[in-house]
Design a protein around this ligand. Structure first.
Ligand SMILES: [Zn+2]
Length: 127
């Protein structure tokens, strides 16, 4: 379960990802589903108070909530909190509460480059 993860850039440079990444259980998925759904529906409820725009915003956030919450069933991993050294400029990049299916990307704030966060074994089998 404890896979090693790395960050790498397009040029193939990589650095270790120091993060707590857990495999999602069905309980985590349901919690994420309801949290997302209630957040969107809460916004929809608050939009009732906006004159005229509420005709668009309330059903919009209601439906968007169902759509966004259903994405919780696609996620397999949750990155709770962590960081990595940008493979391009070596500056530290912090990550928090990120859900993803098999791998994910992150942008470095210092140099703006994109880093791919992938499991270690996947990286070695590709190259
Ligand atoms: Zn960078």
């Amino acid at each position: 379960m404890d896979k090693k993860w790395i960050s790498k850039n397009r040029d193939g440079q990589s650095s270790p990802l120091l993060a707590e990444i857990k495999t999602c259980t069905s309980k985590d998925t349901m919690r994420k589903f309801f949290k997302t759904l209630l957040t969107y529906w809460g916004i929809a409820l608050a939009c009732v108070l906006i004159p005229l725009l509420h005709f668009v915003l309330v059903p919009g956030f209601f439906l968007a909530g169902i759509y966004m919450a259903s994405k919780a069933f696609e996620f397999r991993y949750q990155l709770v909190e962590g960081s990595f050294d940008c493979p391009t400029c070596q500056k530290k990049v912090h990550l928090k509460d990120r859900w993803f299916e098999s791998d994910t990307t992150a942008h470095c704030d210092s140099c703006g480059s994109k880093a791919y966060l992938v499991p270690m074994e996947e990286q070695t089998s590709r190259s």
